[in-house]
Design a binder for this molecule. Structure first.
Ligand SMILES: Cc1cc2nc3c(=O)[nH]c(=O)nc-3n(C[C@H](O)[C@H](O)[C@H](O)COP(=O)(O)OP(=O)(O)OC[C@H]3O[C@@H](n4cnc5c(N)ncnc54)[C@H](O)[C@@H]3O)c2cc1C
Length: 277
């Protein structure tokens, strides 16, 4: 069945009202770069669609030591902020210009692997996702708790993602997306690292991986190897091995699970070596 109704709310309040009235029959669409191809190919056949473009969720602003990014901020818009260079780096590795001009920050949280190349940077930055519903108002969730499985999130049917809160990082960051080509390519593995070193020792380490699990994941065991240790070749090698061991790679048309695991070790090591300088 073709789409029967299309809604274009002019505020978050209107969007939440429409969702409360029509969910779960209503498909939410932000940039449409994932949703539209599925509709055009007949894989997804929603009766009703709600576009979020005019709902006023596309601002980027600083609040003290936090960067607040609205859910419908496009990837191109995000590339213009200069507070967190890793986000600019991540955006440069997503699709081509058309995708970055249309695709949104919020939409990237719902991209099936191997996509989700911005979400992996947000995980390494310890971002919090803000969700809102008409009935229950707003709630904030660490991004680590938002992803619950393959194509599964903690978002309730009557909720929208409204914003991401990203603490300004105090350590060094590194982002590497490895694919079969340099640009406009799906990931074999993407690594985002944020490491704080004080007095020669790692005091905090956030290591996130994409395309080697059911969703972008934190490599917790590898982070544990780094915490409290000096950032040297030996600890980096051990952390890289641990990340490769704990990820859950899959085989697709781009790479086998075996290759993805091998490359995870290689690119975690490289990302950390960049931080070590
Ligand atoms: C050719 C091509 C290349 C691509 N390359 C990459 C790549 O290299 N890396 C990568 O990570 N991705 C890539 N993508 C995937 C996609 O374009 C991006 O992930 C983009 O950020 C998705 O955002 P969107 O706003 O277009 O999502 P949409 O298609 O608008 O939304 C997808 C789904 O997410 C949900 N959703 C979106 N926003 C909200 C919200 N605010 N609240 C609640 N639910 C919401 C809805 O269920 C919606 O149906 C590519 C896509 C294409 C077509």
């Amino acid at each position: 069945m073709a789409v029967q109704e299309y809604f274009l709310p002019q505020s978050l309040e209107q969007a939440l009202d429409l969702l409360a009235e029509h969910a779960p029959a209503l498909l939410v669409m932000a940039g449409g770069t994932i949703a539209m191809p599925l509709i055009n190919e007949g894989i997804s056949m929603p009766e009703k669609v709600m576009g979020l473009r005019r709902a006023g969720l596309d601002t980027v602003r600083r609040e003290n030591s936090t960067l607040v990014v609205g859910a419908t901020t496009t990837l191109t818009q995000l590339a213009h902020q200069t507070d967190i260079p890793m986000l600019q780096e991540a955006v440069r590795h997503i699709g081509g210009w058309q995708i970055r001009n249309m695709g949104t920050v919020g939409g990237n949280l719902f991209a099936p692997p191997p996509a989700g190349d911005l979400a992996v940077a947000l995980l390494a930055l310890d971002a919090t996702v803000v969700l809102a519903s008409k009935q229950r108002g707003q709630r904030a969730l660490p991004l680590t708790e938002f992803f619950t499985g393959f194509m599964a999130t903690a978002l309730a049917p009557d909720e929208l993602v409204t914003a991401l809160h990203i603490p300004l990082p105090r350590g060094k960051m590194s982002y590497i997306k490895y694919g079969r080509r340099h640009a406009n390519t799906p990931a074999i593995v993407t690594v985002a690292a944020h490491v704080v070193v004080e007095a020669g020792k790692v005091v905090d380490a956030h290591l996130a991986l994409n395309a080697v699990g059911p969703h972008p994941i934190r490599a917790r065991r590898a982070e544990q190897v780094l915490r409290g240790a000096p950032l040297n070749a030996a600890t980096i090698a051990e952390a890289a091995r641990e990340a490769a061991a704990e990820c859950e790679p899959f085989t697709d048309a781009i790479a086998t699970d075996w290759y993805r695991r091998r490359m995870t070790e290689v690119f975690v090591r490289r990302a950390l070596e960049r931080i070590m300088g």
